[in-house]
Ligand binder design. Sequence first.
Ligand SMILES: NC(=O)c1ccc[n+]([C@@H]2O[C@H](COP(=O)([O-])OP(=O)(O)OC[C@H]3O[C@@H](n4cnc5c(N)ncnc54)[C@H](OP(=O)(O)O)[C@@H]3O)[C@@H](O)[C@H]2O)c1
Length: 357
Amino acid sequence: MHTSRVFTRWLIRAVHSFKQARNYSEGLVYAKYGTPEDVLELQEVQIPSVGRDDVKVKVIAAPVNPSDVNVIQGTYPLSPRLPAFGGNEVVGMVTEVGSTITSLKLGDHVIAAQPGIGTWRDTIVCHYDKWLRVPSQLPIQLAATLMVNPATAYRMMSDFVQLEEGDTIIQNGANSGVGQAVIQLAASRNINTINIIRDRPNIDEIKHYLDDLGATVVITEEENSKRDIRSIYECYKSAKLGLNTVGGDSATNLMRQLQQQAVMVTYGGMSRKPVMLPTGSLIFKEIKFVGYWNAKWIERNKNSGPYHQMYDDLIRLGVEGKLKPPKCTEHLLQNYKTALSQAMTSFAGSKQLFVLN
Ligand SMILES: NC(=O)c1ccc[n+]([C@@H]2O[C@H](COP(=O)([O-])OP(=O)(O)OC[C@H]3O[C@@H](n4cnc5c(N)ncnc54)[C@H](OP(=O)(O)O)[C@@H]3O)[C@@H](O)[C@H]2O)c1
């Protein structure tokens, strides 16, 4: 790491320790909805005292997801009461527990058990039920990004069709955090993935990267729009499951590749274009077209058997090295304007991650 960056980090930690001693923490707060770089402010906030059912967590890392940006823009269906801290995912370390808490202890690594905590800050005090313990061997970048994207991939691969070895999934936005998790979860179960990405100058680099994660085939949107595309992957079964995070023509072309009675799950709308479905696919191929929202699934299923089974499976794969985080670009909280503007850039190539401790 560059010497000046090391010094900056050291300085920030020193200031952080000084503030903690005064019982203050720093975080990114917004008091109105709007463009994140305009409405977010780095503020000093008094740390609340730890109640009997509370846990105090020193934040280690917290990512910037597309939905975090949409929440701050006021365009997401979840709108926190303002002022609020930005961010939903986090990994941190327990530094204090309330008098009733036996399930967590000092030094434990934890991730947010649900969205809505407000994670872009150095210290969080909240009810113990909002935390999920993870092993300290789980890589930090993966722990910080586990709650939303890998969980979304896992659920979409579990809840809509029965996938067996040798089956095929087709997905667009395949280089997204969710897409990368789909590739790896599928590879761990010997399920094929046909992965569609947007063309770009460094397309071969991305293709190799996804190949290394376990992708079966990686093709561009342009290639997938051609009618004879099946020749590229005709040795694999037609797709039983389609995953759409783009919309527009990309979704229409993806749907054409599905087999009889397949399911297409829409979980994002990155192109901001509506989904147009070929009528014939719905009628004659009996395709089912559904949506998935992870926040709602967690709200309905938190602490259920399937919830714990899912995180146990994801954590095990992470510890075994079979599930890796997306490439991350690390930022200090102070550099939030750069982090947010990169998070909103097309072809960013990495997930923006605040690293605090
Ligand atoms: N429904 C749910 O519960 C749920 C859960 C998790 C995520 N999501 C959604 O899934 C999507 C991906 O999230 P993530 O965190 O995995 O994303 P990410 O890692 O930040 O990656 C963003 C992805 O979106 C693509 N993209 C950006 N602008 C685009 C455009 N105009 N047209 C087509 N693709 C575009 C990027 O492709 P390029 O590299 O080509 O720019 C990249 O693949 C987001 O819409 C997010 O809100 C939904």
